[in-house]
Design a protein around this ligand. Structure first.
Ligand SMILES: O=C(NCCO)c1cc(-c2ccc(F)cc2)cc(O)c1O
Ligand SMILES: [Mg+2]
Length: 214
């Protein structure tokens, strides 16, 4: 049967990227998605904003919701200080299987822990599974209708601390209106919008950066 889009993206990485070189994995995926087949990675334009926030926060503990093929996972992990771990959650087993191979190809597997399952089920288990007390940084890039329930869950599970940074992809396209309304109006968050474009297109999209105030 016909290969899937994630499998074709993985094949491009295995064919064109330099093994053990995260930047070449990132560049190969961006080239493939721009010139061969669009895919829903955060991409190079929004990726530069993601990089700058990760460098600014320099997190000791980081969580990504929505791995997909591992593009942003590699983008984030390549910037993390030694000894820090990025936990990434993916519901779709086919996406997770490709992401594991792309993460391994990049050589960053020791900085990344990919967990398969629903974020709503896994978030309450972060303390027991990983001994995590709080997250310094959370990147939201999964189902857009899960952004709001999942940050409320992070609050309830006391996984956010004063100064924790949330960075959300796709707040315009496909859009996360209920999440935006919440973080922009809640007294518990200070929020800022970084205008950009939907990956590999001219369509408007952007990232919302929100600081949890405790
Ligand atoms: O659903 C998304 N992510 C979760 C996957 O499990 C997602 C979708 C899109 C997108 C798709 C179709 C379109 F027409 C426009 C945007 C973009 C993204 O960056 C995304 O993260
Ligand atoms: Mg996205």
């Amino acid at each position: 049967t016909r290969s899937t889009r994630p499998q074709r993206l993985l094949r491009a990485v295995q064919k064109k990227a330099i093994k053990g070189d995260p930047q070449s994995v990132i560049s190969t995926i961006d080239y493939f998605c721009r010139h061969s087949e669009w895919a829903m990675n955060v991409g190079d334009e929004k990726g530069v904003i993601l990089d700058s926030v990760v460098c600014e926060v320099s997190p000791s503990t980081a969580l990504e919701l929505g791995t997909y093929c591992g593009y942003s996972t590699v983008r984030i992990a390549r910037l993390l200080p030694p000894g820090t771990k990025l936990i990434t959650l993916e519901f779709n087993p086919d996406y997770a299987a490709v992401a594991r191979q792309i993460i391994e190809y990049s050589g960053l597997q020791d900085k990344i822990c990919l967990v398969e399952g629903a974020s709503g089920d896994l978030i309450p288990k972060m303390q027991e599974l990983f001994g995590i007390k709080t997250f310094d940084f959370v990147f939201l890039d999964h189902w857009k209708d899960r952004y709001l329930p999942d940050i409320k869950l992070l609050e309830e599970c006391q996984l956010l601390r004063k100064g924790s940074i949330l960075l959300a992809d796709n707040v315009i396209c496909p859009g996360t209106p209920d999440y935006l309304e919440y973080v922009r109006n809640s007294p518990r968050y200070e929020s800022k919008y970084f205008k950009s474009h939907l990956e590999y297109t001219k369509v408007e999209d952007g990232l919302e950066k929100s600081v949890f105030l405790g």
